[in-house]
Ligand binder design. Structure first.
Ligand SMILES: Cc1cc2nc3c(=O)[nH]c(=O)nc-3n(C[C@H](O)[C@H](O)[C@H](O)COP(=O)(O)O)c2cc1C
Length: 356
């Protein structure tokens, strides 16, 4: 098949992509307890540098936002140094990489974040979480952030954006999806605040906009993206009216001239016309993700529904995914047992075509 759109270049803000294939952000828990990515993480990203854009695994902006064991961070000199090695390798291979900035909010155990987890409201997620010593326990009830503390978290994101720049990234993506802190403000299933950060959708959006503006001061709007999951139920999330709420969100985001908005949901499954509705409301560049094949990605691109497609699990298991999609070659199967934690096995040892 001729995937003419998938293999055409595009500019997402200041980011020039030689093809429309992005590596979706994927947490792999290959970092020290101090949030320093292991040296072989550079090899993982380097192997995938033929993507139009690499989006890094979610990376915590602070200890408070680091709710899983052995995830990377971007708030210490050692973390920045390790990331610098990674961006250097990617650039040497001609690739581009943005850092996904993360604060896990209530998806955190107190043993990891040095104190009671925080969120938009004191609403516990009904799920089990890992402690610092890898025990699985029921999630605790988080503490509602005060307005003054919200300003501190915004400053942490800004510092994370500055650190990402120091580490040589090409831009940043805010993790506003999958039930983490930004999503905990956006969605009314969790956000029960009665101040300026809760109630109306405009108020629930306030925190995300403040973070975006802070990060834009560092990078310029054309190197900043945000990931959203309007229909996501992961991490015990819900929203009373996702389509209308996210249309309002997108209309507000449009004013910021971002590099892109990145949607994580399966087109046609969560909400049949969701993508079309969001595309019309937003109008600027978007990346779509969730269950895509080369054929469905090409179809959405050809229909003008999206500008680029991110691949998660297929890219995890196929370091040379763009080449394989182009040639129609079969794909390696992903091994779920090595998704989270471990070593190079199931991480940097998936064969590429040249090695088969
Ligand atoms: C191992 C793994 C880790 C993930 N970690 C993240 C993450 O750090 N940030 C994020 O936004 N999404 C994360 N996701 C979601 C993926 O980015 C993507 O949305 C999902 O895999 C669906 O896309 P796919 O069907 O192409 O795999 C993760 C998914 C997997 C399988």
């Amino acid at each position: 098949m001729n995937y003419e759109n998938l293999f055409s270049p595009v500019n997402l803000g200041a980011l020039y992509l030689p093809n429309r294939i992005a590596l979706a952000p994927m947490t792999r828990n290959r970092a020290t307890p101090d949030g320093i990515p292991f040296p072989y993480v550079a090899e993982y990203y380097l192997q995938r540098a033929s993507a139009g854009l690499l989006i890094s695994e979610a990376t915590a902006v602070s200890k408070q936002g680091s709710g899983y064991p052995i995830i990377p961070g971007i708030w210490t000199a050692q973390q920045i140094e390790a990331w610098s090695e990674i961006t250097k390798k990617v650039h040497e291979a001609g690739g581009k990489i943005v850092l996904q900035l993360w604060h896990t909010g209530r998806i955190a155990h107190s043993s990891l974040v040095d104190g009671q987890p925080v969120s938009s409201s004191a609403v516990a997620p009904n799920l089990e979480l890992f402690t610092a010593t890898f025990e699985k326990v029921q999630a605790e009830t988080p503490r509602e952030l005060t307005a003054a503390e919200i300003a501190e978290v915004v400053a942490d994101y800004k510092a994370g954006a500055e650190a990402a720049k120091a580490a040589g990234f090409d831009g940043v993506e805010l993790h506003g999806a999958n039930g983490y802190l930004i999503d905990q403000f956006l969605r009314d299933g969790v956000n029960h605040r009665t101040d300026a950060y809760g109630g109306s959708i405009e108020n629930r959006l306030r925190f995300a906009i403040e973070v975006l503006k802070a990060v834009i001061e560092v990078w310029g709007s054309d190197r900043v993206g945000i990931r959203l999951s309007p229909f996501g139920a992961f991490n015990d999330m819900s929203d009373s009216d996702p389509v209308n709420h996210f249309v309002t969100i997108l209309k507000a985001l449009k004013e910021l001239n971002l590099a892109y908005v990145h949607f994580a949901f399966v087109t046609g499954v969560n909400e049949p016309d969701g993508l079309k509705t969001f595309r019309e409301a937003y109008g600027h560049n978007i990346i779509t993700n969730g269950g895509y094949t080369a054929a469905t990605a090409e179809a959405d691109l050809a229909a003008g529904l999206t500008d680029a497609t991110a691949f998660g699990v297929p890219f995890l298991a196929n370091p040379d995914l763009p080449e394989r999609l182009k040639d129609g070659t079969g794909l390696n199967e992903a091994n779920q047992a090595t998704f989270y934690g471990g070593n190079e096995a199931g991480y940097t040892d998936y064969p590429s075509l040249s090695a088969v």
